[in-house]
Design a protein around this ligand. Sequence first.
Ligand code: RI2
Length: 336
Amino acid sequence: MAPGRGEQARSIPAGASPVAHLAVRQAAESIRTMQARGAGKIARTAAKALADHAMHLNGGASPDAVVHELERAGRELVATRPTAISLRVAVNVVLGQARGARARGASAADVKRVAYESGTRFAHESLEAVQRVAARAAEWLEPGSTVLTHCHSVAAVETLKRAHAAGKAIRAVCTETRPWFQGHITARQLREGGVDTTFIVDSAAFQVMREGIAAVVVGADTVTAAGSIYNKVGTASVALAAKDLGIPFYVAAESYKFSPFTLRGEPVVIEERPEDEVLAPAPPEFRRLGVRVRNPVFDETPGRLVTRLAAEDRALEPGQCREYILGRYGDAEGWI
Ligand code: RI2
């Protein structure tokens, strides 16, 4: 929600114009409230907000002041949702470019321009990365097979649509995905793409899988150095079922979903959202029972349950994630 006039005027940081401040605040709010959701989408939203922020910063600031203000804005964006590392990577990619320009002696105007270009480029290249991931993962699906996906992942949906467009005649099964029902988005997009789609409640996954699912494809919010994935809650149960049933479990994840912070053992925080999201369909008297409610919205699927991951530049076994992350990001020194 946009701040009121008075609130805005009180909290504008030095160096940021009202317009710049608003761009970041609105992006942060849309991510926090899940108007912008999905690990890739929130990364693009943050990168574009930082780009806008850079271009609207007040003139006359020093290069240092520009970088400090971008760091402050970056922290505001990163604080919105804790689990998807894509958000933090996007912010740090932009900050890294801005700091690099400052270190080369760029003027404040040039630091702003570099940050703007970096954020814009990230958003653009991330969409290309999704398509490359989807093209790779679609190769792994057998013609005529039925594939299950969980939640709504742009990368997973694009994978299924690609396989369909390639004439593989795949069928999709998608889960409802309580409590936000992102499965509705998945089902709609798959149908719009012409894919034969069946919709199930989350708890039907095992039974439907044993009746004839050939593969599982999911997205990821974070991939760790150990090769485990953090994705929408319920993913780990599907992966366990797949392991038990001998069904391959594929992960479609662009490079910016791989966490350099996990190289040094930083734990991934699983977001807990308000209990109202769970209680919404319950009758009013249920709330008076005093039942405790938990709403963790992600879970960890260990690497031993993951068959293969598709990134935009290569396929990976879980055991190759550490080396891949190091090659892409180093140890992320100085990242926020
Ligand atoms: P793409 C989503 O999180 C889901 O967990 C989904 O699998 C993941 O992000 C990746 O999505 P949420 O924002 O980047 O719905 O593939 O909580 O779209």
